[in-house]
Design a protein around this ligand. Sequence first.
Ligand code: ASP
Length: 584
Amino acid sequence: MYRSHSCGELRASHINTDVTLSGWVQKSRDKGFMIWVDLRDRYGITQLIFDEERTPKSIMEQAQKLGREFVIQVKGTVIERESKNKNIPTGDIEVLVKELTILNESKLPPFTIEDETDGGEELRMKYRYIDIRRNPVKNNLIFRSKVTQEVRNFLSNQGFIEVETPYLIKSTPEGARDFVVPSRMNEGQFYALPQSPQTFKQLLMVGGMDKYFQIVKCFRDEDLRADRQPEFTQIDCEMAFVEQEDILNVFEDLTRHLLKEVNGVEVEKFPRMLYDDAMRLYGNDKPDIRFGMQFGELNDVAQHKDFGVFNNAELVVGIAVPDAASYTRKEIDKLIDWVKRPQVGALGMVYVKCNEDGTYKSSVDKFYDQDDLAKWAEKTGAKAGDLICILSGDTNKVRAQLSALRMEMAERLGLRKPNEFAPLWVIDFPLLELDEETGHYHAMHHPFTSPKPGQIELLDTKPGDVKANAYDLVLNGNEIGGGSIRIHDKETQAIMLKHLGFSEEEAKAQFGFLMDAFEYGAPPHGGLAFGLDRLVAILGGQETIRDFIAFPKNNGGRDVMIDAPAPIDDEQLDELNLSLKLNS
Ligand code: ASP
């Protein structure tokens, strides 16, 4: 028996008990006649004491050799500690060691195993198995496990069945590139790894499973922006005989369940916001509504004066930044530089200081009088002491730029509080999105999403105006889930694919199996998927998903611990009947 108790278990009530503990040496203090060792495992830390007078000499000698991260087993007696440590649950006691076994030695770890470590990101990733011993990482993984457990509890109680779907499939169009896997048995052919189980879950509905879920890995070969992983986990769900309303209710309940069970937070009914309103009021389809600073559109009140920049703009729009009228000229210049950075891309920024005495001071005083500026203040909801920041230009670009500024100001003002949760549904997304580069439309969600009833005819005349039965769940400025009511008849699916530029043959080759299935009694159905990694991170009060994944990849898509991806040897290539010819 390696242990009778864990290292987090012993209390004053165990005094005089003989125990066996196993764990890692966190640290040791050697005073010659006495040695203290902090022994650590997943459950906590227990202090061991080796005492010249009470511990056999041979064991004293062995204890002197213990290094950090050695794995040991000790047998001893629980005794009361002279100087108690109120900071840890085992702080009232220590274990007087009588026997010591070194189970495994350890090289000096490359970084300290403390909450605040001296190890940099890359080093921690290379030795992730050591990093996982640190409390912040360990606790995040335990937290993740709790969230997934609660997801399973809730969905199982609601009658959802967990079904696994295959990983070796063919392309699922979620808008990214596929990872592909060569097939040995089918020479020259490749599987694609699923970007999501989308088509399979729809087929499960045709198969009569009625309510499906799966906590599942998805694979997308994208350029990795800051916080993306090439493989990530979804809570993937689908239901038959449902309308949008049914789906929103079930998954709102799931989210509320998680917030309650995991965070102890009760949230009222989630607000619902039309996509168009989200864009108009926040410049963003995933608005953070923990704070205000809603957009005020100023075209009416700012155009048709002598200020050419505004007159020529498609949209003039501003936000009132609370209590920022006191910004100095220098601070404002810095802010203007910030919006002009290529990542934001604004050409400039007009500002209005709303003075405490009710007057206004703006960077465009030459063109606008106090009455004009008062109207701007009204439209942006600015009060005395606020700073109105105004951008202008092409509608889509300006909205994105002002949204970035809004988030930045909220960050600076401490308005993005991690322990405050503000979920909402964004609904009525457009069905199609224009790709500015190619001039083609593609599905904003995916090609299986159904248009709003009665709008299918619009596809020919005004494709950009067609709205979809598609919805996103947004939490604190992050999209944590998204889904749609699906097309469930072959004819509509064919029209949709045609509008997305698929020829009839291409449609058949890629999605023939799904369209065939629609001819064998497909029920109306719909669903959604949550991004589990991000959901867990946000519930955990953080925004980086990497810290909640046991073995994440770096920004270059590499696993630096196992050193993947890596070349394969010639023998493997031969088996696949492939030869490698790199084009550059
Ligand atoms: N498959 C979709 C996605 O990965 C989710 C859904 O429509 O259910 O975003």
